[in-house]
Design a binder for this molecule. Sequence first.
Ligand code: ARG
Ligand code: ASP
Length: 676
Amino acid sequence: MKKLILAIVLCFTFAGVRADEGMWLPSLIGSRINDMRQKGFKLSAEDIYSVNKASMKDAVVLFGSGCTGEYVSDQGLLLTNHHCGYGAIQKLSAVEHDYLTDGFWAMSREEELPCEGLSVRRLVRMEDVTARVAAGESFDEIKKQAIDEGYSASIEQMYYGNQQFLFVYEIFTDVRLVAAPPSSIGKFGGDTDNWIWPRHTGDFSIFRVYAGKDNKPAKYSKENQPYRPARHLRISTKGVKEGDFTMIYGYPANTQEYVISDAVEYVAEVSNPMKIALRTERLDIISAAQEQDPAIRIQYAAKHAGIANAWKKWQGEALGIKRLGTIEKKRAYEKEFAAWAADKPEYAHLLDSMHAAYNVVREWYYMGELYAETGKTIELCAMANVLHTAKMRYDNLPENFKKLYVSYNVDVDRALAKAVLKGFERYCPAEKYPAALRAEIGKYGGTVDAYVDYIYDNSHATSFEKAAAATKEQMETDPAMRLFEIFTFDKKMYRNMSNAPEVERWYRTFMKALREWDKERAFYPDANFTLRVAYGSVAGYEYADGEYHNPVSTLDGIIEKDNPNIYDYNIPQVLRDIYAAKDYGRWGEKVNGRYTVPVAFIATNHTSGGNSGSPVINGKGELIGINFDRTWRSTMSDIEFDPSICRNISVDIRFVLFVIDRVGGAGYLLEEMDLR
Ligand code: ARG
Ligand code: ASP
């Protein structure tokens, strides 16, 4: 009996340590390395991050403006997600060569396509500069050395300003597209499956980074050579199974794990419901138009996906917060904290100060979010502003402004404008409603509908031809321009409400207090788009009562979903043929008793937006997958991570190799990779 009680107590204590939570700074990973090794990691902290010698960090890059990528050859070959390369692939596509739909496979270096505007950053080093900042050195002084060395540098706040870190980057701009699967693989499941497990998406694309003869960043030139990274990842083709150690190395952008209940309540009960409702209306309008007209379906595909992505995430987040009882848990935690802080003058006031600050900040922060989801989404207004600026610069509007209208339908936009302005009316407290907007509506029709019709009937921004014919003065006083001005928000919006300076100043002290008080808790700084390490293991989970989800998906699942009549599930014929012939070559294996090809897997790593494209690494430091998503009921991991349900989703590297080899016929690419 005693043993049983002990076992139960131990169980609870271990659960209390909250295994797998955390996004750790690579330079400080030494503090986690024992735990990592206990869970199956075989290498050292120096292998993960080192300033003096090549380490894994040299194989990981910040890709574009919001993703992660990793080198897999000594010739600058880089893997990331298809949805991360999407913009670049779209830019290179045209009706005659639609690489999004058909995929793209460079069969030689000469066929690789330069991606204008795309960049890749390597972290050279990171440094805790808290003491220097405290001693009065300015950020510019601190960054100077790195900049003199030819690097770019930024200083980021950790723990709400308790620590400052310098990040030094090398930025490469000659990045070329090497390969992309057709969207029917790279985006298989589309928005229907987005944020969902089981998942069957081959979400990868391949690029190559080029450098000058000295292996340093250089502008695009035919003379440039493939970049030789100090380290690239070896690839394991052995596969994964439940319980295997996994590590994610990448650039998560935004979490808020330490916020008090006020902030969670705001997210779950105010902000998310408002944003979800407003986006539902926009999505309905776009979907209806897409069903009517195939041209609109294409024009609005990326916009729809963009709006739907966060919309779905917020719904899952709200569900997750409710299911975990995060608000109540936080309140209980705060009560305990308050009891501890009561006799400490420097901390006793904290919660009251924070409540008060939130009461002030949430009013304007809410308005900022409401603006962002309504008036600021009206494309005509944004275009009027761009055209107005252009008119000031050029006598004749350059032809390339026609591009503004390629993915634009004025009727859809008009309907959207009516919906968001009505939504704004609904969600805006009467005393905050802009007088200028009321006056405009009063002057032009009296109702939102009439006002919007007036704008769209009279604006010069509704087509390239009209804009080209308009005078500077006409553009200046364009009714869409006026609406644009009404919706300029005069306050800076922050990553989260809690990062607004009025609240953040209290968090600086609160974090200090928490670390003194909650000795059991393993603290890591919130994600802020700096390089992090997360680790966990491959694991299924109980999705709902009695419904267990296996951690591995396979080609059989793709075939089950395959349906030529459903856009999101219409796979390329070649994949059907390969399946029919069970012609899997070296990529076939038995999974749960069936001969098939593994496709994706879930694990308990703590990830966030920005971790897309991150390498998933096994205990030996080898690449086993590419991270691309989370399950939607676990997206509250940005606020509270629960290892029992939070899962990141990765494409199995063997599916990536299978697609390159069997679908793309680009097996030659595997030769430069290090396959184990
Ligand atoms: N949910 C993933 C992330 O947040 C992937 C989004 C891309 N896919 C899509 N169907 N919209 O970015
Ligand atoms: N899909 C996300 C990304 O693009 C990753 C996530 O939020 O889990 O970064």
